[in-house]
Design a protein around this ligand. Structure first.
Ligand code: GAL
Length: 707
């Protein structure tokens, strides 16, 4: 099959084709879930699935490649093809996507002289190597070779950082597109370079490059379509990211996009001359393991049409109805030039295609009447109707649908009594397992952990003189993300949440944390456990410094009142339980102790239980509402981070541009209480291991079914 485009649409074998696509990030679900998700998409009227490629997961260590299980991209594409879907592959390799380090492997930071995403030789060398490797993996799957892949993307939304890099950035973006073209995949390329900035009102930073198709990412693409056609008269209007909802950060509010608003905005785009949409996302899924970006919750539900567990939501019904209506009249608008737009009121329009197909559009926040062919149509606020040439109304975005309501059901799986093991402070590690680094000053965490664990210990002596004794302040001048402070082995303080998604520059005092402590005279052992919450996804999260500058742990002096602690510091990357793989099968051999009969509220504890395969078919979740903060594993596989922090933070100032498209009301409940256990990770006999940093009652942990 050949793939090309004209000024109206993508063309497949020379025929203009309406693209109705949904984004599904393959590592965020499991191979057992893929067929069901893809089948549901086809049934919902989609003809394409879109995914990013996750370099950070495929090459966690340089030259060690993994395309197995959840990372089996080829299998995912083949299943899509079998389900009757085309594929859009967004290679990046910088992909943003709320994934750790925006999709770049953490080890890139260690490449000498590297600066990410600009005209920098070390970065370009690594990127070119990976992109060429990916090209060979996907070549047999491209449409010209009989495969499902019709479109590919290099880079991602460069406009978000273009202003920082100026000419270097422009050269880099052109280099990216030239690299893509040199692969000779014979499908069109996009960069999604611009669009976002225009929406945020910073049109000075708009970036684009020759040789790639420019597309739109937005909540309301119709508002940008005229500008798009003006700048790119030979390109069709393809909407590469139509956000079906939004992501949530720990302690942050979950912004919601209502199904009717989403259906309206989507129909409105086709009314205005659009010819392809990608719902971002159709299925959001789960950030398993340590795969979430900084501060992102483990759930990546995103308010998508399919919930985290792969079950359809009310949004799926609305979009399915729209997709089927668009498919039914596709030829009536795709094969025509852009429509004639007539204003019939201050915010009311008829968009008429040469075929006679008409979209009636009410952009106002209240209902309005639009007359068409002598019929008065009463349109609900912000809604679109599609009227066929014979005057039949084939679609109304505001027509009600019976909502789908979901809840949790107990599966009655009996967990055996929890056993436990204490995670020792680093000075208590067995000598043969300790790998301490000693230095006068604290050493930044990633330099020690290479981002292979969230945890790093910092230990030193704190000598308190008579004059300094009593209540005082411990100041960590520069630290990230969450720290737990222990004095003489006793937990005395923890960073209070919530944290900010946009962390600011490292040198602007935004990383100082202070703790009020009461210390008696004498020599104390100060142990600080730094807990990372994922790496940033882009420069803007650290005040537009380069991503390579990401910092975790401690990297500046610590003071007791005014006095700088003299050191030396003893740093120990990771947990002993990680080193001895307590979460794995082998971990069962270690001596675990019975849990105390009373509530076992203690920091730094590994908890372990077993249960038989539940009788019901799932999908399943773990209710961790009675625990505080940590990581959970099932049968040795990491379910992700958990944190029982309440949803409190209203929309940050940078999110204001979304207003009108999203509602954001903090619920005050836990940001995330339920954690997805994929059905294919369960066995007849299962082991659940939880590492709890602060305390909680494991007896409250439950296995639930989503219904
Ligand atoms: C876009 C970006 C995506 C994702 C999305 C928000 O700007 O291209 O990768 O981050 O925002 O979910």
């Amino acid at each position: 099959m050949t793939v090309s485009h004209d000024h109206r649409a993508l063309t497949l074998n020379g025929r203009r084709t309406l693209i109705l696509s949904g984004a599904v990030h393959y590592p965020r679900s499991t191979p057992a879930m893929w067929p069901g998700i893809l089948r549901h998409m086809r049934k919902s009227g989609l003809n394409t699935v879109e995914t990013y490629i996750f370099w950070n997961l495929h090459e966690r260590r340089r030259d060690v490649l993994d395309f197995s299980g959840r990372l089996d991209l080829v299998h995912f594409c083949r299943l899509a093809q079998a389900a009757g879907l085309k594929v859009i592959l967004r290679i990046g390799p910088y992909i943003c996507a709320e994934t750790n380090f925006g999709g770049l492997p953490g080890w890139l930071r260690d490449v000498p002289g590297i600066r990410m995403r600009t005209d920098n030789e070390p970065f370009k060398r690594e990127m070119a190597r990976w992109v060429r490797l990916v090209a060979e993996v996907i070549r047999p799957l491209t449409a010209p070779q009989g495969g499902p892949i019709i479109l590919a993307q290099i880079e991602n939304e460069y406009d978000n950082i273009a202003a920082t890099y100026g000419e270097d950035g422009r050269r880099y973006l052109q280099w990216c597109v030239d690299l893509a073209q040199s692969l000779d995949l014979r499908i069109p390329w996009v960069t999604c370079a611009a669009g976002r900035a225009a929406e945020a009102g910073q049109d000075d930073a708009v970036a684009s490059a020759d040789g790639s198709l420019e597309t739109i990412n937005a909540f309301r693409a119709h508002e940008m379509i005229d500008a798009h056609f003006q700048t790119h008269p030979k390109a069709p209007a393809l909407w590469t990211e139509n956000w079906t909802g939004w992501y949530q950060t720990w302690g942050g509010v979950l912004p919601k996009r209502q199904p009717e608003e989403l259906a309206y905005a989507t129909a409105r785009f086709f009314a205005a001359g659009g010819s392809g949409v990608n719902y971002f996302l159709w299925h959001g899924g789960t950030n398993f393991g340590r795969e979430a970006m900084y501060l992102l919750t483990t759930s990546y539900e995103f308010g998508a049409p399919l919930d985290e567990y792969g079950l359809p939501s009310t949004k799926a019904l609305h979009l399915s109805r729209l997709n089927h209506a668009l498919n039914a009249c596709a030829a009536d608008f795709i094969d025509c030039e852009r429509p004639v737009v007539t204003a019939t009121g201050p915010a009311q329009f008829t968009c008429t295609y040469a075929s006679g197909l008409v979209f009636l559009c009410n952009d106002a926040a209240e209902p309005a009447v639009i007359s068409h062919h002598k019929v008065d149509h009463t349109l609900a606020a912000r809604s679109v109707r599609i009227v066929r040439p014979d005057d039949e109304v084939i679609y109304d975005s505001a027509a009600p649908l019976r909502p789908i309501r979901r809840t949790w059901k107990s599966v009655g799986a009996k967990l055996t009594p929890f056993t436990r093991r204490a995670e020792p402070l680093p000075s208590d590690w067995p000598a043969d397992l300790a790998t301490p680094v000693v230095s006068k000053k604290p050493v930044e965490q990633l330099a020690l952990t290479r981002d292979e664990t969230d945890y790093c210990w910092y230990e030193t002596n704190l000598d308190v003189s008579a004059a300094e004794a009593g209540p005082g302040t411990l100041t960590l001048e520069c630290t990230a993300d969450i720290v737990h402070v222990f004095v003489d082995g006793r937990h005395v303080a923890t960073t209070p949440g919530p944290l900010r998604e946009r962390r600011g520059k490292f040198n602007e005092g935004r990383f100082t944390q202070t703790f009020a402590l009461d210390l008696p005279v004498g020599r104390h052992r100060l142990s600080i456990l730094a807990c990372a919450l994922g790496l940033i996804k882009g420069d803007w999260m650290i005040g537009y410094a380069n991503m390579a500058d990401e910092h975790k742990g401690l990297w500046a002096p610590v003071r007791w009142n005014r006095r700088k602690l003299a050191g030396p510091w003893r740093m120990q990357p990771g947990l002993l339980g990680e080193r001895t793989a307590l979460f794995s099968e082998a971990g069962a051999l270690a001596p675990w102790k019975a849990a105390p009969a009373r509530r076992a509220d203690q920091p730094l504890t590994w908890w372990r239980t077993n249960f038989a395969r539940p009788k019901s078919t799932g999908p399943f979740a773990l209710d961790l509402g009675g625990m505080t903060k940590g990581i959970a594993w099932i049968n040795g596989r990491c379910l992700g981070r958990y944190w029982n922090i309440p949803e409190s933070d209203p929309m940050g100032p940078w999110m204001v541009w979304m207003k009108g498209s999203l509602d954001a009301v903090p619920s005050g409940a836990a940001t995330q209480r339920h954690y997805h256990i994929p059905v294919d990770w369960l066995r007849d006999h299962n082991t659940l291991v939880v590492f709890e940093e602060l305390g909680g009652d494991p007896a409250t942990v439950r296995l639930l079914q989503r219904v």
